[in-house]
Design a protein around this ligand. Sequence first.
Ligand code: PLP
Length: 353
Amino acid sequence: RDDLRGREPYGAPQLDVPYALNTNENPYPPSEALVKAVGEAVMDVAGSLNRYPDRDAVALRDDLAAFLNRDTPGAGLTGRQVWAANGSNEIIQQILQAFGGPGRTALGFEPSYSMHPIITGVSGTRWIDAHRDEDFGLAPERAVAAVAEHRPDVVFLTSPNNPTGTALPLEAIEAVLAAAPGMVVVDEAYAEFRREGTPSALTLLPGNPRLIVTRTMSKAFAMAGTRLGYLAADPAVIDALLLVRLPYHLSAVTQAVARTAVAHEAELLGSVDVLRRERDDLVAWLRAQGLTVADSDANFVLFGRFADRRGVWRSMLDRGVLIREVGPPEWLRVSVGTPGEMAAFRTALKESL
Ligand code: PLP
């Protein structure tokens, strides 16, 4: 497959270590009350598992629209503008199946989320590498020039970006939307962690039928195991996705658990402020060690620069701390954990430098 030549399969190591800080999960497990509520929700559907689930996940999509309207006042979304799938990875796959394909192209700005080019290749779409600025930002005029040169069918913008943590100003997104001939996807997997004053691309949805904003329950919502990703877009986009999705793609159990999660939003998102503070402390601490650190609006931090990145990563692992070798060659990424996990990370890093 030419579209996948030279690509590695997704491969974040899943190792049994004391401190797993490599996949940007929320480190706080569900409370006892939430575990009980999830159990009850599963019991409620268990008696009718002989039947297919609601193929269109209508109740869940209404709940998610209401959540997004609370997250971004003024978004004014209804369930008709929201779509859900098994993780935002499946959401991205469906977008590419609908709007990409052989003879079409998708463009992204590296370094960014590694699955965008991989899923693009899987769908037979040709990937075009464009680049972020030196500081991992994206100056609107550079972004517009790349889009104008290649005229891709799909543009990926990730904000806050993985693995750099950088959020994009709305002007950059608006400029790309104005220049792009096709769909513009803003992957907001880490949106809930953004710093004050960084607006979500959801505010741009009204009047922009080519904009798709993707979100996930895997990060701030602390529900990575549930596999629930979603998007907000014009209803015509969702009509296109209905053609490519597999029938009954979201199980009754997934829908029930995800609805329970939204109903417990206050508890689940309660950890976001704690994690943001922990992140800001971590950035300050890493800088105090004399390291180069990217600004972060997410629940992870990219830091460097190491001539022997593999050596530092390995030394951390030997001390029970699993971080991620990702992004440009001299950088490492650490997910924000609990205070105990961060203390272990700091000790191990000092010993490894
Ligand atoms: N988008 C970005 C930017 C991510 O970092 C991730 C996961 O790390 C995803 C999407 C996929 O998340 P999920 O499929 O768990 O919703």
